[in-house]
Write a protein that binds this ligand. Structure first.
Ligand SMILES: [Zn+2]
Length: 408
């Protein structure tokens, strides 16, 4: 059993506790209480729940800088496909790099979109398998020919034994890239196996144009790639049609949702199993509109955050997403922003034991040394540029021990 004391403890929901102590035993939080007790004193730091990245693609983690131009979706996605084809042999290294980068920035759980059924190298299991990973096996393809094989592969993936830290989930990629029978089949499998679903939805105006009119930059791109099936886009559709099919009792992550309409927001708000994953810096770099995340929250939708991949974002730090939001919305209290990537993220992913600091929860912690200003006013200054995560505990083990602990 160990006790850790910090100047501030943000439990994940609600205002922070001052001079609080967290008791951890067997990888589980036993107690969180204010007041001085016999404990390892971590000093002027904030202890937070380990951060949760609700959307990334780890296979792109070795990309140095995001592909340009980010504001031309169909051009950008072709760079992504080209890069992937060139780097297939080093996918595992890229994934390892992404997990390490995540842990360095206080992320303890990752919702990963996986195009292969990867596993960490056995020699590096202790380090690279530390994070909790919800693996969304992704499928795409507009041809009807491959659907049967893909659904068999998805079933096999779900039937396989998934040992911790991995849990299985499914992802039909996006409305413009998935055959309707593949989409339907994946939704049915998720329901049968009771696993979460994730789908990129309402990401760009080009996607809406293709769904509604069967034309536009995405149609041109698919034609250029030789995979366009005009018959699939003859009937005018919109994201709502996909939302209706995704409404199937399992946790559903709607990735991006940048251009969801008021009607669609209303539809989602009545369905507590659905969450929207907003990727703030990726959205800002790629889209021209204002993301409706605050309207969604006001409507009662569970909104959480993702970094997306390094193809569109400079790093995999959820802390940097929170700081980005703080810089653009300085009036929002730190505890309310933090909730997006802790409590809300755990709810979205169905990770009931993660996302908050309370008795019985898994001991995933993120430790942030605080500037003088943040020590005085943590709700205003937690996400200021001089504070960054410098300690990560996963399931009771310090993967990165905070400096103040090394001194104690
Ligand atoms: Zn994505």
């Amino acid at each position: 059993m160990n006790r850790y004391r910090a100047r501030w403890v943000f439990a994940g929901d609600g205002p922070p506790l001052q001079n609080a102590t967290i008791e951890v035993s067997d990888g589980v939080i036993q107690r969180v209480e204010s007041g001085k007790t016999d404990a390892i004193n971590l000093g002027d730091v904030a202890i937070l729940p380990g951060l949760i990245n609700a959307h990334t693609h780890l296979e792109f983690s070795s990309i140095d800088v995001p592909f340009q131009p980010l504001n031309e979706f169909s051009a950008w996605i072709q760079f992504v496909i080209h890069w992937r084809n060139l780097h297939l042999s080093s996918t595992q290294d890229s994934i390892n790099f992404g997990i390490e980068e995540s842990i360095q920035s206080g992320v303890t759980s990752i919702a990963e979109i996986a195009t292969t059924d990867w596993r960490p190298d056995s020699s590096e299991v202790s380090q690279h398998a530390a994070s909790h990973i919800l693996m969304f096996r992704e499928y795409l393809g507009l041809s009807g020919d491959g659907v049967k094989t893909q659904l068999e592969s998805a079933r096999e993936f779900l039937e396989r034994t998934h040992e911790p830290p991995f849990s299985p989930a499914l992802s039909p990629h996006a409305p413009y890239s998935v055959h309707p029978e593949l989409f339907d089949g994946l939704c049915s499998l998720a329901k049968e196996f009771r696993v979460p679903l994730a789908m990129h939805l309402a990401e760009s105006p080009a996607e809406l144009e293709l769904l509604e009119h069967g034309r536009g930059p995405l149609a041109s791109m698919l034609k250029k790639m030789g995979v366009f099936r005009p018959e699939l886009f003859e009937i005018s559709r919109r994201p709502l049609d996909y939302l209706q099919r995704l409404d199937c009792t399992v946790p559903v992550l709607l990735i991006h949702g940048n251009y969801l309409s008021e009607e669609e927001i209303k539809f989602i708000s009545g369905r507590p199993q659905m969450s929207v994953v907003y990727c703030p810096r990726t959205h800002a770099a790629m889209q021209e509109n204002t993301h409706p995340w605050q309207r969604m929250l006001a409507a009662g939708i569970n909104v959480t955050l993702g970094t997306d991949s390094r193809a569109s974002n400079p790093d995999l730090s959820i802390w940097n997403e929170l700081r980005f939001l703080h810089n653009h919305h300085p009036g929002i209290k730190a505890c309310d922003l933090l909730k997006l990537s802790t409590v809300n993220a755990a709810k979205a992913l169905g990770m009931g034991r993660a996302g908050s600091l309370a008795p019985g929860k898994v001991a995933d912690l993120c430790v942030v040394p605080l500037s003088k200003q943040a020590v005085e006013q943590p709700e205003q200054h937690l996400f200021a540029s001089d504070n960054s995560p410098k300690g990560t505990m996963i399931a009771g083990n310090w993967i990165i021990a905070p400096d103040s602990m090394k001194l104690s």
